[in-house]
Design a protein around this ligand. Structure first.
Ligand code: PLP
Length: 363
């Protein structure tokens, strides 16, 4: 028995579309799959524009650059998230101001966010962590009240909904990742979404070396090459065709785990409020940091791969310049475990994994 924590399912049109790229020699960043993927993804999320990029980290860097964020601008961001939610802002000279998380949803705490707003604050970086939407009523209201940009990091929440609307459609700009462990994947890939026409033009301009439309090889800004290839987009489009199937599978797998493990002390990351949770990972809290370590060791021994939840960013060497304590975020980060949760897992697979967990807890 051996279960990886995640593996993508590539059983749709992926091979057919990639072969079309190879057969027609459209393998670079031009080609119809790029446009088709962008258009279909924008429609899926419910946003006017989508611009594809080569990964989710540069999607955030590009979004922040297009908004004009830079030196000394303060960005409010949860500490309990993946490192790429914060790094691109720092690379632009911004200052990250961290916030605590909420114990029930695991998302950024809007009350703490409001407390951190100063005259230098320019943007709220709202992350929809582990497939669960953040409290978008609160963050939309904060952005409006204090005239801040609202940026959504939807890397882990493709298809998740808050009050019936997909995440990525609430803010000024939204960023997605299509890394191999994401709900849909291109291998590596990302997308920047927005409704504003001017902002979209800036995103596309900066993503492609800042070349002007009226003169060849003439660049009016210092920009980037962040383009996605037609091959990546071919895989992405084939994956997007199956997104409903993947989301249904993930939610079903979550139900199986929760049912099987209800007699154990594990506390699952359940939906909280009027949300559609897509369970990027099947995440749960063990009793303590020590309990998590020994549970992970027992699962590893049985051939079952797991992941810890993310360490808090404010504790990492590049960020811990001053003492800060975020008790909820630190607790979620120290006790959380992610269990295998890929679409091909069957009910019997989940039962086998749960058997090891139940034995570990003596249930
Ligand atoms: C919350 C979050 N933001 C950003 C990223 C960055 O995406 P990528 O790995 O595609 O650069 C990831 C994923 O890896 C993520 O989980």
């Amino acid at each position: 028995m051996s279960y990886p924590v995640y593996q993508p399912s590539l059983t749709g049109n992926e091979k057919k579309y990639v072969n079309e790229c190879l057969d027609t020699s459209w393998i670079s960043s031009k080609g119809h799959f790029v446009n088709d993927f962008e258009k279909s993804f924008a429609d899926f999320i419910g946003v006017k524009h989508a611009s594809s990029v080569c990964n989710g980290t540069v999607a955030i860097h590009l979004a922040a650059s297009a908004l004009g964020l830079g030196q000394d601008d303060e960005i409010i961001c949860p500490s309990f998230t993946y490192i790429a939610s914060a790094n691109p802002f720092v690379q632009l000279g911004c200052k990250i101001v961290f916030c605590d998380s909420l114990a029930d949803s695991w998302q950024m705490d809007p009350y703490d966010a409001e407390r951190k707003i100063t005259p230098k604050t320019k943007a709220l970086m709202v992350v929809h962590l582990y497939g669960h939407p953040a409290d978008m009523d609160a963050f939309v209201a904060l952005a409006k009240k204090y005239h801040l940009f609202l940026i959504e990091d939807c890397a882990e929440a493709i298809g998740s909904q808050y009050k019936g609307k997909r995440v990525g459609s609430f803010g000024d700009i939204a960023c997605f990742s299509f890394f191999g462990n994401k709900t849909i994947t291109c291998g590596e890939g990302g997308m920047v979404l927005c409704n504003n026409d001017d902002l979209f033009e800036r995103v596309n301009h900066l993503k492609a070396q800042g070349v002007v439309s009226w003169r060849e090889y003439w660049h009016d800004v210092i920009a980037y090459n962040y383009r996605m290839t037609n091959i990546q987009a071919a895989i992405g489009l084939a994956q997007l065709e199956q997104v409903d199937k993947f989301m249904t599978a993930k939610r079903q797998i979550a139900d199986w785990y929760m049912e099987e493990l209800k007699s154990t002390p594990l506390v699952f990351h359940k939906p909280h409020g009027d949300v559609f949770h897509t369970f990027w990972m099947i995440s749960a809290l063990a009793k303590s940091k020590e309990d998590r370590a020994s549970l992970r060791a027992a699962l590893k021994q049985a051939g079952i791969e797991t992941r810890p939840t993310f360490p808090c960013i404010h504790q990492m060497p590049a960020y811990n310049k001053q003492f800060e304590c975020f008790s909820v975020a630190e607790d979620l980060s120290s006790r959380g475990i992610n269990l295998p949760s890929y679409p091909a897992l069957t009910h019997d697979d989940v039962k086998s994994i749960c058997k090891v967990i139940k034995e570990y807890y003596g249930k």
